[in-house]
Ligand binder design. Structure first.
Ligand code: NAD
Ligand code: TYD
Length: 350
């Protein structure tokens, strides 16, 4: 029996990782630790919340004492760390919040793991989930590999880069069994509608303007979130200690092309005339320091651990739109903030 701490499990990617581990590994005990910030939503996990091998703990990774007490009382075998502030635009408004959660929070977890595993790192793994944004921005050509130098530009990516460095430092200095993965942009169900794809779906549905930053020429490399969760599973179980893997879908899209595709899909699904949704596209002031292009080379993951993406983008996007159109209540709760007060209250009283 393995007891695995998954942090940030109430968020977008974390909820897919929790679901996968709870369902695929009935012999593991999965403890989901999440602060339930605006981005944390336990409604993402209603299908597994009563599973005998799942438990939720409301806690804040920036609270070192709470992390130490938790490690002491729970005796975790491994950690999969996803909790983070994750939105670039918010990091531009409030960089300090990103340093506190993403850097200090990660170091608190590393310290707790180091302290309570007491140098016995056999079969005890600290898996840090990170982003391709640490590598900075590409021009028209090239791809990020695991050996690309770090060159973060936004406060978000700077905080994630810093946390990656701390994880490697704890591996090199104390021998902690650490692995890191750096993934490209994810899309799929349960994605908070402040990020491009769910925001655009929600706005198109509600006939609201779809904001496109700058000229819409920035390129992102999109991966279906369940393919990311599967990659994390494979890396967690098979990677050698100290390794880093890039995860990506070989699926680059200019923002404006992606939005146009989404508008087409939405026209079909909503029974609108062709071109109707695209009228909502509104060019707005560009994001400060907006990285031009991200593209991931995931050859290492493919060659060493036999992982490849499973879903074509057009199919995945149509599936994602269907999810948002059938899960109105989720979307309305999230956009009105109801979920926060409801679930936060439930757990504050425990
Ligand atoms: P998200 O914002 O949807 O979820 C983050 C979760 O962390 C939320 O549930 C939130 O409540 C929790 N959290 C935040 N601060 C916390 C704290 N102090 N203590 C405990 N919990 C806290 O983010 P996401 O998009 O699911 O990203 C998850 C991880 O994957 C992040 O580390 C992010 O950097 C990384 N990542 C994301 C993407 C992407 O496209 N979204 C791509 C690559 C890597
Ligand atoms: P986002 O989903 O915020 O992810 P990230 O910044 O981490 O890549 O943004 C994806 C791309 O879409 C990015 O180039 C910024 C752009 N964007 C818009 O054009 N309009 C929007 O309303 C948002 C949220 C993003």
């Amino acid at each position: 029996m393995k007891k695995i701490l998954i942090t940030g499990g109430a968020g977008f990617i974390g909820s897919h990782v929790v679901r996968r581990f709870v369902n695929n590994y009935p012999n593991y005990q999965i403890v989901n630790l999440d602060k339930l910030t605006y981005a944390g939503n336990l409604a993402n996990l209603t299908d597994v919340e009563n599973s005998p091998n799942y438990r939720f703990v409301k806690a804040d990774i920036t609270d070192a004492t709470a992390m130490n007490e938790l490690f002491e009382s729970e005796n975790f075998d491994s950690v999969i760390h996803l909790a983070a502030e994750s939105h670039v635009d918010r990091s531009i408004t409030d960089p300090t919040a990103f340093v506190i959660t993403n850097v200090i929070g990660t170091v608190n977890l590393l310290n707790a793991a180091r302290e309570y595993w007491k140098g016995d790192y056999n079969k005890k793994r600290f898996y840090h989930v990170s982003t391709d944004e640490v590598y900075g921005a590409l021009g028209e050509e090239g791809m990020f590999t695991e050996t690309t130098s770090y060159d973060p530009h936004s406060p978000y990516s700077a905080s994630k880069a810093s946390s990656d460095h701390f994880v490697r430092a704890y591996h090199d200095t104390y021998g902690l069994d650490c692995v890191i993965s750096n993934c490209s942009n994810n899309y799929g169900s349960h994605h908070f509608p402040e990020k491009l794809i769910p925001l655009a779906i929600n706005n198109i549905k509600n006939n609201k303007p779809v904001p496109v930053y700058g000229k819409g020429e920035n390129v992102r490399d999109w991966l279906w979130v369940e393919d990311h969760a599967r990659a994390i599973d494979v890396i967690f179980h098979q990677a050698k200690t100290g390794q880093t893997y890039n995860i990506g879908g070989h699926n680059e899209w200019k923002n404006i092309d992606l939005i146009n595709l989404l508008c087409q899909i939405m026209d079909e699904k909503l029974g609108r005339e062709a071109g109707e949704s695209a009228k909502l596209i509104t060019y707005v002031t560009d994001r400060a320091g907006h990285d031009l292009r991200y593209a991931i080379d995931s050859t290492k993951l493919q060659n060493e651990l036999d992982w490849v993406p499973s879903l074509q983008f057009e199919e995945g996007l149509a599936k994602t739109v269907d999810w948002y159109l059938t899960n109105n209540e989720w979307l309305e709760n999230v956009t009105s903030g109801n979920y926060q007060s409801y679930y936060a209250k439930q757990y504050d009283n425990k």
